[in-house]
Design a protein around this ligand. Sequence first.
Ligand SMILES: Nc1ncnc2c1ncn2[C@@H]1O[C@H](COP(=O)(O)OP(=O)(O)OP(=O)(O)O)[C@@H](O)[C@H]1O
Length: 254
Amino acid sequence: MATHPGGLTLDDSTGLDPVVRVRGLSRRFGGRTVLDDLDLEIGGNEFVALLGRSGSGKSTLLRALAGLDPDVAGDGRVEVPENSSVIFQDARLLPWQRVLANVVLGLSGPGAVQRGLERLAEVGLAGRERAWPNQLSGGEQQRVALARSLVSEPRLLLADEPFGALDALTRIRMHGLLRELCRRHRPAVLLVTHDVDEAVALADRVLVLDAGRITVDTAIELPGPRQHRHPRFLEYRERLLAALGVTTDEGTIP
Ligand SMILES: Nc1ncnc2c1ncn2[C@@H]1O[C@H](COP(=O)(O)OP(=O)(O)OP(=O)(O)O)[C@@H](O)[C@H]1O
């Protein structure tokens, strides 16, 4: 059981008990308000994608949740699980440490190395444990970062455009891998992306951040493996693009 900030008692056993609770979060840079009294809840095991135009504050929100921004306004309330992980667009591996050492960095105790080996196998890098990061491709390095982000069995995974630097084919493979790993390890996920297709393909719920607040909050309900050409997929896509202010005509070359 856990206590809601408002005093409501929520039942952990449902898996719906929020692991992220944000109330009244504001962030200003100089005179500019980027996050404006924002509220957000993410349930345990929920996979949430956060869309927004460039500069709308997606990374600012993720950094606040990751505890990487010491200057978020004091009147807001941000509750996240202690055991959270972050993954960025660049893998951020230590070049002087081998792959396995990068994955288990900061972990101690019996079983840490074993867990690292298991995660590496899950991301398809069994046998590469002793390689140096610069011996891996960009996509492989990002697989290592994914293994590292899950090795501590986090309750919350914060991902900031983790596939943004990858080529289209690698990105699609990584989508499948992330979905599969999240099904297995069940963290709640907040995935920041500018890619509407990525959001609809991966998430249970998609948010749009605009003018400092969450303006769209929609569940994605699609049967079976997600097909980009499924009519409902296209419907979600159109609706989200419209919410982002993109008209269907944009991108059409006359
Ligand atoms: N440390 C900072 N100092 C000043 N302004 C900042 C700082 N960090 C972010 N900003 C501003 O806050 C706004 C939101 O930035 P943020 O990186 O959160 O947007 P974003 O939605 O993630 O954008 P993108 O999709 O382009 O990555 C931008 O206008 C940015 O210039």
